[in-house]
Design a binder for this molecule. Structure first.
Ligand code: HEC
Length: 151
């Protein structure tokens, strides 16, 4: 048995064989985890086909498909709701007089439970609550999209 010459790594296989096997196992595990998380997510395997199709779309397509953009502009103009232009990271004054920063948590809650924090000057019960309609993954996609619009 000659000394290891650097081209094979134990058991007479080249190191690339083990690297390939490790990468293969990693992706198989990742895909299995993703499927399990999808099944366990709100709506999961029972979600309706339209919402299922939207999962693969990005936040912008999702916002259009969900009708958000009927009430929210992305160019700064005010529709039924506040514009999303420059919203992320800005200070929002709420109807109860408190100021909050529109961070990711605020944006998520504004979508899932809009009635929890009403933006000053806007009607309280107009925006639908999306907590039973959108998965957390979908909400995060939309939040990422809103964050891409500024400030
Ligand atoms: C029928 C009109 C309407 C629809 C549809 C609608 N919204 Fe709203 N939205 C509003 C109104 C009005 C407000 C302001 C009152 C409040 O805070 O709930 C608001 C507030 C918000 C805020 C907080 C904005 C701020 O300036 O702080 C976010 C974020 C938001 N909506 C996201 C969404 C998303 C995402 C969707 C679609 C999944 C959506 N909205 C659909 C009317 C709507």
């Amino acid at each position: 048995m000659s000394e290891w010459d650097g081209t094979t790594w134990p058991f007479g296989k080249p190191a690339s064989f083990f690297a390939g096997a490790a990468i293969g196992a990693f992706f198989t595990t990742a895909i299995a985890l993703a499927v399990m998380m999808w099944i366990a997510s709100p709506g999961g395997i029972d979600r309706d086909p339209m919402a299922g199709a939207a999962v693969s779309a990005d936040g912008e397509a999702l916002a259009n498909a969900q009708g958000c953009t009927a009430c929210h502009s992305i160019d700064g103009s005010t529709l039924t709701g506040p514009s999303w232009a420059g919203l992320a990271g800005s200070v929002r004054t709420l109807a109860d007089g408190t100021d909050v920063v529109a961070d990711a948590a605020y944006l998520r809650q504004s979508i899932l439970e809009p009635r929890a924090q009403i933006v000053d000057g806007y009607p309280a019960a107009v925006m639908p609550q999306y907590r039973d309609t959108l998965s957390i993954g979908e909400v995060n996609q939309i939040v990422t999209y809103i964050q891409s619009l500024g400030p």
